[in-house]
Design a protein around this ligand. Sequence first.
Ligand SMILES: NC(=O)C1=CN([C@@H]2O[C@H](COP(=O)(O)OP(=O)(O)OC[C@H]3O[C@@H](n4cnc5c(N)ncnc54)[C@H](O)[C@@H]3O)[C@@H](O)[C@H]2O)[C@@H](O)CC1
Ligand SMILES: [K+]
Length: 532
Amino acid sequence: MKLLTVDEIRALEADANAKGMRYETMIENAGSGLAEVILSRYGEIGDTAAVGLVGSGNNGGDALVALTRLAEAGWEARAYLASPREDGDRLVKGLLEAGGEVVIGAEDPRREQLNAWLHSATVLMDGVLGTGIRLPLRKEAAELLRDVKKSGMLPHVVAVDCPSGVDCASGEAAPETLQAELTVCMEAVKTGLMTFPAFELCGEIVTVAIGVPEDANQRQMVIDADLARGWLPERRLDAHKGTFGTAVIVAGSVNYPGAALLAARAAYRIGSGLVTCGTIAALQRSLAGQLPEATWLILPEEMGVISEDAAGVVLQNLNRATALLLGSGFGQEEATGQFLKTLLHPASHSRRVAIGFVGAQGVKEKEEMGGRLPPLVVDADGLKLLAKMEDWWKKLPANSILTPHPGEMSILSGLPVAEVQKERMEIAREMAERWGQVVVLKGALTVIAEPGGRLGVIPVASPALARAGTGDVLAGMITGLRAQGVGAFEAAAAGAWIHAQAGLLAAEKVGHSASVLAGDVVEAIADVLSEL
Ligand SMILES: NC(=O)C1=CN([C@@H]2O[C@H](COP(=O)(O)OP(=O)(O)OC[C@H]3O[C@@H](n4cnc5c(N)ncnc54)[C@H](O)[C@@H]3O)[C@@H](O)[C@H]2O)[C@@H](O)CC1
Ligand SMILES: [K+]
């Protein structure tokens, strides 16, 4: 789904209008699209009656057109005008001609008509206010929404473009705003809806086209099933395991034993041909039996963490790797920091590598690699260790994928967590640009940004994913997709979308979001893929 700011959609509409696609036509298209969605979702559930709360602007216009289409389809279609519309309003006339009914709120001071209508309605269309709002709500609109809330059991609430009372630019919401079950966005989701509290008030979000010309440069999107499906690699019948690449997962330390296993399993479940786990011997001994499908690379250690000498071992074993994950469960010991530094920048450390664990041949191979690491994903403690290196982003191959949660983003960027959270999209975009890397800013409504390019938001916020280990799963999934040759932005966005869906599905299966473990998320990956 497209994602646009309020200013962008206004400019797009003005441009289309100037080129001959009149505003009236766009409103016709918007209302007709909305009616189609309502007919397909709620047309089969018995009584077909809709009440529309209609404002004086174009949001109300969309609602009037939709009510007219519903009346034409045989529904009882009733418009409740929040405030009077222009005399002889064309859209009101159209609804009346189609057999709909219209009442002006001011003429129903005790809301008797409204309550009677709500009582018998299947759908309540919320078209009081759209993108033209300035908070706080004025008295008339606030009172109407409050009275609707008070009226008790509501029918299915469908918001027109946004729940009325939400500021589509900032995501703020008036306290009177009605909770929607479904929000039908016109042309594009507005960026404010992808922030809190607005997001929670929207329910499910879909978009309908209003007829503006397609913009080939459209670079902001809400990730959905169609996008994710389109980015997954084809699984051809004549494939062999090499077709799907080799994901190398370098992860874990004695205190974080599960990270490697979760990431490796996730990389397999998302379709990698082979997964190799690079970790310390003690972990390999305890984990190998739990993932017999993996191959293992034992890494030199120091006090239970991966040590600098491991860099040579990893470099020596990357010849088949098509993606490399670094960081999950590393811990933050100096030794592992040195490992990362040496791995990313072997030239300045070649002597150390040579006299360390690796023999002369390893050094030669490493030098031949000339820093040509396979596509990289850096996660968790790997990010914190990176942040300690000067100009760390210059040491990474371009278009590596970084998967910080807000705390890690704060450490990497130097910005306070509150600031990161307040401007998630802007900050992800800015940092992706500054670092030349794809950034996955995790958390509720995960944001994926590529340098100077696309930005995607995952429209999922679930406590099921606020759980230790789910980050390792995400990192493994993204690495698994990257290993299959999926592009950096696409792998990050598809991985994050599938991960979020797997979290929701796991909560459903387990019975409660509080009880979902990271392992349940891994097990739900296949179900998400099968539904895609
Ligand atoms: N402009 C266009 O061409 C299109 C607009 N569309 C629809 O039109 C909407 C935007 O329409 P408008 O720009 O007319 O704006 P709205 O319909 O969102 O609201 C404007 C009306 O709300 C009133 N208002 C503003 N702030 C208020 C507050 N705090 N309390 C109470 N009333 C307030 C204004 O006085 C005005 O009457 C979109 O959300 C979308 O639904 C779509 O149909 C697509 C085409
Ligand atoms: K609305």
